[in-house]
Design a protein around this ligand. Structure first.
Ligand code: FES
Length: 240
């Protein structure tokens, strides 16, 4: 076990835990955006930044992916931590002024209009979609491409591979800024992403005729569960 303090509260937690987990254990809330307890933390948005006492001067780190250490002294609301957090949220707000989640974060930090003029982009590169597709769905259809000075991609981006995508829509569900959207219409599922617009056929129930799931997703489920595809002929409502 590791002993540390968070906002002067002593906490004891397992080795390998993160500062965010230690804060939660102590009942201290740290705001997050790209964190999801089911996924590997990415430390992408920097909203969860905290200050750690260190010599010769303290450091700021992202608490969602920074491991605890014995004797660590963490401040979640120090001037330095709040300044770094406000800057992170201000940049996100400039990039995506219409996101409800980001607006709410900005409000709790009493931020006004962002001082920056940043190209408005719905994707904030938080990589929640990438991690969900890899770690929960296991389809691996979404890739984060880091900025490459000597490569073609001058800017970091997230790209979808339509061949690998099973159209489950998890990316649209998890996206905090609606950069990915999904709509089902007359037997077709349309998924709009920052890199591509994709269309997938929906399966009609052989009994009631209702479209109930993407054919690709059902094929994936049948393969993963080693079941014949006919097992998915009926929608959940018509199944015995
Ligand atoms: S929540 Fe920790 S970096 Fe985004």
């Amino acid at each position: 076990m590791v002993k540390l303090t968070v906002d002067n509260k002593p906490v004891e937690i397992e080795e390998g835990a993160t500062i965010l987990e230690a804060a939660m254990k102590a009942g201290i809330a740290i705001p997050t955006l790209c964190y999801n307890e089911e996924l590997t933390p990415a430390g992408a948005c920097r909203v969860c930044v905290v200050e750690i006492a260190a010599e010769p001067s303290s450091i700021t780190v992202t608490s969602c992916n920074y491991p605890v250490a014995g004797g660590m002294v963490v401040s979640t609301k120090s001037e330095k931590a709040l300044k770094a957090r406000k800057l992170a949220v201000e940049m996100l707000l400039a990039q995506h002024p219409h996101s409800e989640k980001i607006a709410k974060l900005a409000q709790t930090l009493s931020l006004g209009e962002p001082r920056f003029s940043v190209k408005a982009d719905e994707c904030i590169l938080c990589r929640l979609c990438v991690r969900t597709c890899q770690e929960v769905v296991s389809a691996g259809a979404i890739t984060f491409i880091a900025q490459g000075l000597e490569r073609e991609n001058k800017e970091a981006s997230v790209v979808w591979n339509q061949d690998k995508c099973i159209a489950c829509g998890s990316c649209a569900y998890i996206c905090p800024t609606q950069a990915v959207t999904l709509a089902d219409n007359q037997g077709t599922r349309v998924i709009n992403t920052p890199s591509v617009k994709m269309e997938f056929k929906l399966k009609a129930c052989t009994k009631c005729g209702n479209f109930y799931a993407p054919e690709k997703q059902l094929a994936y489920m049948a393969k993963t569960a080693k079941l014949p595809i006919e097992k998915f002929d009926l929608c959940p409502d018509c199944r015995p």
